[in-house]
Design a protein around this ligand. Structure first.
Ligand code: RTP
Ligand code: MG
Length: 141
C-alpha cells in the first residue's frame, strides 16, 4: 500500500469539547503519524477558500459560519492509505449515520457540527495540505 498524506481538521465543536488528544490517539492507534499541526481561528476568507468546492451548495453559508465560530486544529497525517484510513476513522458526514466507534459517532452533534474534516482523495489532500502548510513545515520521519 502507498504511503499517503491527508489533511485533517478538528473542527470548532470538538476543540470546544476538549477532545483534541482523544482524536489524536485514534490517528496514532490507526498507524497515522502527525507530521505537521497548528491551531488556527479561520477567517471567513480562509474558510470560504478551503471549502470552495461547496460554494454553490445551500449549506455553504452555515458551513463557513460554523468553521469560523472558534479555533480549529489543523494537521497533516501520514501513513499507509492515509486518505481512506482517516475517512474510515471519521465516519459518515451525518453523525446519525456514522458507524459506532467512529470519531463522528462519538464526538459529533449534527451534520453541521461534525467534529472533523478529512481530505476525500489524494488530489484534494495535495491541495488542502498546501492550503495550510508550506513544504518546509512538514516533518516526515
Ligand atoms: P468534510 O469535507 O468537512 O470532511 O465533510 P465530508 O467530506 O464528510 O462532507 P462534504 O460533502 O465535503 O461536506 C462538507 C461539510 O458540509 C456540511 N454539510 N452539510 N446540510 C447538509 O446537507 C450538509 N452536507 C454537508 C457538513 O458539515 C460537511 O462536513
Ligand atoms: Mg468533504
Amino acid at each position: 500500500m502507498a504511503i499517503e498524506r491527508t489533511l485533517s481538521i478538528i473542527k470548532p465543536d470538538a476543540v470546544a469539547k476538549n477532545v483534541i488528544g482523544e482524536i489524536y490517539t485514534r490517528f496514532e492507534k490507526a498507524g497515522l503519524k502527525v507530521v505537521a499541526s497548528k491551531m488556527k481561528h479561520l477567517s471567513q476568507k480562509e474558510a470560504e477558500g478551503f471549502y470552495a468546492e461547496h460554494a454553490e451548495r445551500p449549506f455553504f453559508g452555515a458551513l463557513v459560519e460554523f468553521m469560523t465560530s472558534g479555533p480549529v486544529m489543523v494537521q497533516v497525517l501520514e501513513g499507509e492509505n492515509a486518505v481512506l484510513t482517516n475517512r474510515d476513522l471519521m465516519g459518515a458526514t451525518n453523525p446519525k449515520e456514522a458507524d459506532a466507534g467512529t470519531i463522528r459517532a462519538d464526538f459529533a452533534e449534527s451534520i453541521d457540527a461534525n467534529a472533523v474534516h478529512g481530505s476525500d482523495s489524494t488530489t484534494s489532500a495535495a491541495r488542502e495540505v498546501a492550503y495550510f502548510f508550506a513544504a518546509t513545515e512538514l516533518c516526515p520521519r
